[in-house]
Design a protein around this ligand. Structure first.
Ligand code: A2P
Length: 316
């Protein structure tokens, strides 16, 4: 396994298990199996609705002697309806209770979007709170405070642009340590990756396989399919790997962390093995040309007419 390093020397394994869309009833066995075969990095979030089951899997794996708390790296994320400074600590405490852990390795602000306390997803513009009312700087202050208490070792953001990262840093003097964003061969995010590299911010790629198991309402007609791409298929043949493995190996070879989701034992194994596949410079160059700047997770679900959110303000 390759690792990325935080500024204090702590390390995050380059490949981790994604748990978005892993259903309760399936995720317990997926996490147990992942631990048995050698996964050490788990990406979670309150909003995925499965942290209790993941916590049970950790506890049972510790009891069975399959791993220990120090050997695994666990990330979770603050949901949009807990963005006020004083809400961050209780939200993290609930996540820790659900995960049956004393601390996280990494806690992220999930989206630069604020919801009313009682809303999990916006149905109408009324459910959204403007960033003028609850600025991201306030949320970031809560994140800094929970790091100081030791409830999490590292803090960062997700779905943030360079402008938003700069804003929270300027307000507090503390720079996010990680930005987790959609990134795959069709949405390589080269500019954002360069910004992160230049500023010592680590980069995690979500939806690295295109998240085809998204809710149907979030799948656009005629969207391009990574698994149909001829360059990816050709390189998969060259390195005697699957297309999925090429997508993951590309992410690891370019120095990002990557979190493919699977609940299937064979694919869990295949995905972990991808972290050890080396691609040549020529293969990396060929794969760079596959980019289409195509987002699968468009964020349009936040941009309800009458609210303060638009696609421009969300990603800008
Ligand atoms: P499953 O959980 O049944 O394995 P993403 O990580 O981009 O969100 O993609 C997750 C989707 O990709 C899920 O539908 C998952 O299904 C599927 N998947 C995970 N690993 C592989 C693989 N190695 N080959 C093909 N599909 C995969």
């Amino acid at each position: 396994m390759k690792y990325l390093q935080f500024n204090n020397g702590d390390k995050i394994p380059s490949l981790g298990l994604g748990t978005w869309k892993s259903k309760p009833g399936e995720v317990y066995e997926a996490v147990r199996e992942a631990i048995r075969i050698g996964y050490t990095h788990f990406d979670c979030a309150h909003v995925y609705g499965n942290e209790e089951e993941i916590g049970q899997a950790f506890t049972d794996a510790f009891a069975a002697g399959e791993t220990s708390r120090e050997k695994i790296f666990v990330t979770s994320k603050l949901w949009n309806n807990r963005h006020r400074t004083e809400q961050v600590k209780p939200a993290l405490e609930l996540t820790l209770k659900n995960l049956q852990l004393d601390y996280l390795d990494l806690y992220l602000i999930h989206w630069p979007v604020v919801l009313k306390d009682e809303s999990m997803y916006p149905q109408t513009a009324e459910d959204l709170v403007s960033l003028q009312t609850t600025p991201l700087e306030d949320t970031w202050k809560g994140m800094i405070a929970v790091k100081e208490t030791g409830l999490t070792k590292h803090i960062g953001v997700s779905n943030f642009s360079p402008a938003k990262i700069k804003k929270v840093e300027e307000a507090t003097g503390v720079r996010p340590e990680m930005n987790q964003v959609e990134s795959h061969l069709f949405h390589q995010q080269n500019e954002l990756k360069t910004f992160c590299d230049q500023n010592g911010i680590l980069f995690t790629a979500y939806s690295p396989l295109g998240s085809a198991d998204r809710p149907a309402s979030r799948i656009a007609d005629n969207e391009p399919k990574l698994f149909d791409n001829e360059t990816i298929k050709k390189i998969a043949e060259e390195v005697d790997a699957s297309s999925a493995q090429v997508m993951l190996a590309w992410a690891v070879n370019r120095g990002t962390s990557v979190i493919p989701k699977s609940v299937n034992p064979e694919r869990l194994k295949q995905n972990l093995a991808a972290a050890d596949i080396d691609l040549s410079e020529d293969q990396m160059n060929e794969l760079a040309k596959v980019n289409k700047d195509y987002r699968y997770i468009k964020g349009d679900f936040w941009c309800i007419e009458g609210s303060d959110y638009s696609l421009e303000s969300l990603w800008g």
